[in-house]
Design a protein around this ligand. Sequence first.
Ligand code: NAP
Length: 347
Amino acid sequence: MTSPRPSLSSVQVPSAPAAGLPRVGIAGATGFAGRELVRILAGHPGVRLETAMSSGTSGSPRALPGFARIWDGEVVPFSADALAATDIALLALPDAAAAGLVPGLIGAGVRVIDLSGTFRLHDVEARRRWYPDGASYAGASVYGLTEHHREAIRTARLVANPGCYPTAALVALQPLAAAGLLDGDVAVDAKSGISGAGRTPTERTHFSECHGNVAAYGVFEHRHTPEIEQALGRTVTFVPHLVPLDRGLLATSYARVRPGTTAGDIAAAFEAAYAGAPFVRVTGEALPEIKHVAHTNFCDVGWRFDAATGRLVLVSCLDNLVKGAAGQAVQNLNVMLDLDERTGLRP
Ligand SMILES: NC(=O)c1ccc[n+]([C@@H]2O[C@H](COP(=O)([O-])OP(=O)(O)OC[C@H]3O[C@@H](n4cnc5c(N)ncnc54)[C@H](OP(=O)(O)O)[C@@H]3O)[C@@H](O)[C@H]2O)c1
């Protein structure tokens, strides 16, 4: 005998947050990163999810089946005016769309967390080369790698949320750069699940092309290379690969450390960077795996050190849609609103 289905009235739906909370809007809510933002922010106790938008400017509001019993709102057509009426806008849009929108939002007094790459590079020439659409914006942005820029994020008007590959690479390498331990160039070999490329399939990301396949791409041409180099202040050879996973990203970084560096110095650099950081799990010699971080906001990092030669291999991994995109954006939102960094993000 089948048990009776619960009536809709008996199903727990998150209660509506109280009025008076900061109003947040999401542009790109029908995309991979935007949907993850809706899922997280619908249950966030410190903000009110005011509006979530698709790309078209006409059409009717629609409920997305994937949000049922998570968020009882409807995705509405895109409106810059409605975004400008929020307190914080989260943009999960293509680069050019974000570039066109940000100056007006900042001008209207809205704080912005932009998930695109448009505002991540601070050098104007580099921005002109890698993100020509965003090069005309003269305002400042704060790079949103939360663990390394918390103080600046707290008061930022525009947070440039980091790329997924740079987040994984920099969680591993930035503590060593900050401690002055790196010697020479570094190489980052990274593998990402297909959702990193967004929702619209291309020949490279089509299921039939990527199922059962691993392929390198973007060698010397990927826009995440200058982003990693900007943070580390040294040349980086970055080679991304697509692997047949829906989500998750693993970066293996190869570096040399300065002569005389000990295993204790390396451990101390990580301890200094991440003591008390709720979303970085330092695993030491136990190298992390994608399954340990999928669907969470954790970035795990471990390493092996060959003291005889000074070679260091670091492995870091995260979920590209969470710590690599929406989760880190909400972590930054929490910092901007002076909330506990974990609000809405507990696994
Ligand atoms: N995917 C990742 O793992 C990841 C990680 C870090 C950062 N990011 C960045 O986050 C942004 C979104 O990525 P995604 O993977 O979520 O992309 P996506 O799946 O392709 O989604 C793009 C979203 O933007 C909307 N959109 C497209 N053009 C627009 C326009 N001109 N005006 C308003 N809305 C528009 C789309 O609406 P419709 O559905 O109506 O077309 C959709 O909601 C990108 O800049 C990406 O680089 C992505």
